[in-house]
Design a protein around this ligand. Structure first.
Ligand SMILES: *Cc1c(COP(=O)(O)O)cnc(C)c1O
Length: 377
């Protein structure tokens, strides 16, 4: 069996190599490395794909989240409601800006923010809600937006793991990241739409927020050398934009390939009690950034080690939830009780999933899990 990886970017590149190599060569020839025509074209192509009014490219997904929060004019000590069960970037930028992350629990089946807990967490200091579409599945945006609108709170969607996912609404499908006031994504290479370095983008339908965020990404500049607000330097470079233009055309195909892998796993694992396959919400289309099992009554860490012996990688996303991280100790967040988050943290295991997986590799991985189950039984 050839080397199985969590993500196989090399095989994916080989299929688009001639287009990518030419596009990168063209950028170098043009010598327009920053804010060149490739960035503008990618921006408008992504706006059409997402059916959103404004895409603001930036340097990475963490910056996208930070810039979104900066655009809301919050004051130190203001509170932002967010899940603890997520990649650290979501919650880190809140604290970085002197705001207070208020962690709420997730649902055990969808891994996303439990909307029924939002209202309990709202105080007069609450200024925003940041849901995360974890592993490629949309959070319960219908309910989140209903509550947010009722309390007049802006919603920033962390869409780094779910770009391309459709959320079903009564007025038709909407792309995740375009439902709240602001959406954020990352083009980190392993993401569903990844470039060949760092990259990110912010989405909004608000002209006002878009204008502000375009200033913030460029040193708060309204016109050259006139700086109206404190901003930062966060740019998507032209080479990454050129790669992303090619990969955006492949995104729906990439998503289908991932969904096929998920179907294969779902079918195979149905026979094992305690190996819970990821639930697919009927409110959205799962894009399977990760394929994450929840193991009940099975020694997760032993399975992780058993698979590693067979050169089958598996990962725990994420072993320590945000509220238990040392960086947030000043908020006494470890005392926050998030039973579903803690429960999941001990039981989740993500298996390899990417666009280039063969049936042979899938069978090998599944047989590895089956062997472990036999020994344990
Ligand atoms: C990857 C990721 C980010 C951060 O993106 P970077 O481009 O690595 O800064 C933020 N949130 C989530 C949920 C992510 O998966």
């Amino acid at each position: 069996m050839d080397n199985i990886q969590m993500v196989d970017l090399k095989s994916q590149y080989k299929k688009i190599k001639s287009a990518v190599d030419k596009a990168i060569g063209d950028v170098i020839e043009s010598a327009q490395f920053i804010n060149g025509p490739e960035v503008k074209s990618f921006q408008s192509e992504l706006e059409s794909y997402l059916d959103t009014k404004h895409v603001i490219p930036c340097a990475n997904g963490t910056d996208a989240l930070q810039i979104s929060l900066m655009a809301l004019d919050l004051k130190p000590g203001d509170e932002v409601i967010t899940p603890s069960f997520t990649f650290i970037a979501t919650t880190e930028v809140i604290a970085l800006l002197g705001l207070k992350p208020v962690f709420i629990d997730v649902k055990k089946d969808t891994f996303c923010m439990d909307a029924s807990q939002i209202e309990n967490a709202i105080t007069d200091k609450t200024k925003a809600i940041v849901p995360v579409h974890l592993y490629g599945q949309a959070a319960d945006m219908g309910e989140i937006m209903r509550i947010a609108d009722k309390h007049n709170l802006p919603v920033i969607e962390d869409n780094a793991q779910a770009i391309g996912s459709d959320y079903h609404t009564s007025s038709g499908d909407k792309k995740t990241g375009t439902i709240g006031q602001i959406g954020c994504t990352s083009f980190f290479p392993s993401k569903n739409l990844g470039c060949y370095g760092d990259g990110g983008a912010i989405f909004t339908n608000s002209d006002e927020l878009a204008a502000k965020m375009r200033m913030i990404v460029n040193h708060g500049q309204s016109k050259r050398y006139y700086h109206d607000v404190v901003g930062c330097n966060s740019r998507l470079d032209s080479i990454q934009a050129a790669v992303l233009r090619i990969k955006l055309k492949e995104l729906d195909g990439y998503i289908n390939a991932r969904r096929k892998v998920a179907d294969y796993y779902d079918n195979f694992f149905a026979q094992f009690e305690g190996v819970n396959t990821p639930v697919r919400s009927d409110k959205s289309r799962h894009v399977f950034h990760q394929y994450t099992l929840t193991l009940e009554g099975i020694d997760r860490d032993a399975l992780n080690a058993f698979l590693a012996e067979k050169n089958i990688p598996s990962m725990i996303y994420y072993p320590v939830p945000a509220h238990k991280q040392e960086m947030f100790s000043s908020f006494n967040s470890a005392e926050t009780e998030l039973p579903a988050t803690d429960w999941l943290g001990e039981r989740v295991l993500s298996l390899p999933i990417h666009t280039e997986m063969s049936e042979e590799q899938l069978a090998f991985i599944c047989n590895g899990v089956a062997e472990f189950m036999k020994i344990e039984a």
